[in-house]
Design a protein. Structure first.
Length: 104
């Protein structure tokens, strides 16, 4: 089964129920040999935004990048939000992010 390329347009357009199908489950490289000697650590974060799912993802990854080096991939695990007076007030996107451990 071919994977759909994820762009900012598809992240913003996909529904909460289907978005996770298109995101990679771990690190990938054009050349698989690039990953032979790499070790990754995975951590979970939640990005938030009143603007939408795509911006919540970007906010989460941007913030993680301020603390973690060598971020290579993310996987959306859950999309949820806050409703106020019958209107969507805030988006929350839970995701796993993978970063390469530095060589010793």
């Amino acid at each position: 089964m071919a994977r759909k390329r994820v762009t900012s347009a598809t992240v913003g357009a996909e529904s909460a129920g289907g978005l996770h199908r298109y995101l990679p489950r771990g690190p990938r490289a054009a050349n698989e040999e690039d990953n032979v000697n790499r070790t990754y650590r995975v951590t979970e974060i939640v990005g938030t935004s009143p603007e939408g799912v795509e911006q919540a993802v970007r906010n989460g990854v941007d913030r993680a990048g301020q603390t973690l080096r060598h971020l290579d991939w993310f996987e959306v695990t859950e999309i949820r939000g806050q409703i106020v007076d019958g209107q969507v007030e805030h988006f929350q996107v839970a995701m796993k992010v993978g970063f390469r451990l530095e060589d010793a």
